[in-house]
Design a protein around this ligand. Sequence first.
Ligand SMILES: Nc1ncnc2c1ncn2[C@@H]1O[C@H](COP(=O)(O)OP(=O)(O)OP(=O)(O)O)[C@@H](O)[C@H]1O
Ligand SMILES: [Mg+2]
Length: 535
Amino acid sequence: MSDSTDTSGPTTGAPGGGGAGSVAVHLDGITKRFPGVVANDDVDLRVERGTVHALLGENGAGKTTLMNVLYGLYEPSEGRVVVDGDPREFDSPRDAIDAGVGMIHQHFMLVDPMTVTENITLGNEPERLFGLAVDRDRAREAVVDLSERYGFDVDPDARIEDVGVGVQQRVEILKALYRGADVLILDEPTAVLTPQEVEELFGVFEELTAQGKTIIFITHKLREAMTAADDITVLRGGENVGTLDAADATRERLAELMVGREVLLDVDRAAATPGETVLDVRELVVGDTRGVRAVDDVSLSVREGEVFGIAGVDGNGQAELVEAVAGLRDADAGSVHLDGTDVTDTSRRDRVDAGMAYVPEDRQERGLVMDFDLVSNGLLGSQHARPFAENGRIDWERAREHAEEIVAEYDVRPADVDALAESLSGGNQQKFVVGREFARDPRLVVASHPTRGVDVGSTEFIHDRISELRSDGRAVLLVSSKLDEVQSLSDRLAVIYEGSFVDVVDPEAVTEEQLGLLMAGERPDADVSVEEVSR
Ligand SMILES: Nc1ncnc2c1ncn2[C@@H]1O[C@H](COP(=O)(O)OP(=O)(O)OP(=O)(O)O)[C@@H](O)[C@H]1O
Ligand SMILES: [Mg+2]
């Protein structure tokens, strides 16, 4: 639409890519309608071969839908998908893959007990594999070759369940490459990664584009778009509101394009005035799903008017710690006290009744019932209690009002409480869960990655709400893999590594480098501790 600037093609030599400067993908006037919603509105998008193209936009702007059209998951209502200069009609992702278009969704589709090699080669008809499916050695060799060619560091024999998210993502990318993808689409690939893994992923992007591959990735992080992409396209309300050369982009300009107004990008807040202890966790030990010690003797306390943050590389026990506090996982030893009462062996519902709100890490598994509407989803956790229920009867009118309040306050789009949770975009699902939990009038909020997948404007809003809860005298336990988030919101910040706290630091005094070291289990030279850790 407006603001489109032509790019001068790839800066890399694109050896083997051929056709440098040619258009790999042209989305030509794509419109995609769902009942009552225009998700994509006459979108025009050109992606040059051998470049990285970032797709930005608010929650519900239509990014995932547009990429699903390109990947053959949705048929466009209007417009054409042109790949390599040829108009295509994809009836399924299979057709897209045949045309060299691969997509890596946010929820990985790997088979846990199988190995890396098995996952990469899985699902290809034997005749297309030239016998590789029956020949394990050759399959393995092909995987090793691919990994070496693109500079991936993966063990072809590792089981998916034993490797971290970062590696799983690489397996997904390898799987797409194995199937011959020339264009790779990644939907919010960095949302689940640590800063280091993000760096590595962007290194992989460079390697891929240098060899002529084309990458389109969706992100909510403006800095990422500016560092990793050659071009940036912003969607707003389903329309393309501008394609910019990344070199000309600023955070302010991008944020304004996305939201249509200026956005404050920093958190500003008053000093803490902590009161009574609300949450007290003593010497907690929690096993993971395989019985291994995921949380190993952790103690912490959170007071009224305080945000206690936990930073760490995913998979170091923070998920299990939070679930044990929330009542979703049994503790093997130790205790959890809420307002002085021992709740270690109480149910999740008892803890909700005692004033604990919980924003789960996985909104689709734990936070929502996907095929329920928002009215019912707004009730989750409260369906047995006043003001929504009395004598076993639910007051649906009250429930509807409640859902409408959440939708209005948290700007959930579309603002339709009869919509099913599954029809909302990822970020809007997240906003609804956060809104419901914060509305509980809680003593304690346990928030796990509260802004994962949430756009800049709504992230700002959720951060403000967390600060408000704090100044309102609530206790907040915050887990996040976004360092700037835990750093700017927390009063004390613990770093977890292999199930234990390596340190509890002053978030204002600690630098990102020091945090990085702590997250890797090392102690930086300078002492940034604010208290003794339990081990
Ligand atoms: N299957 C569906 N049925 C009905 N509406 C849908 C469906 N999928 C998406 N939508 C709607 O289309 C619009 C665009 O959604 P989409 O998922 O593409 O947004 P997005 O830009 O990816 O947002 P986010 O950043 O939150 O992931 C939203 O209003 C959403 O509610
Ligand atoms: Mg999306």
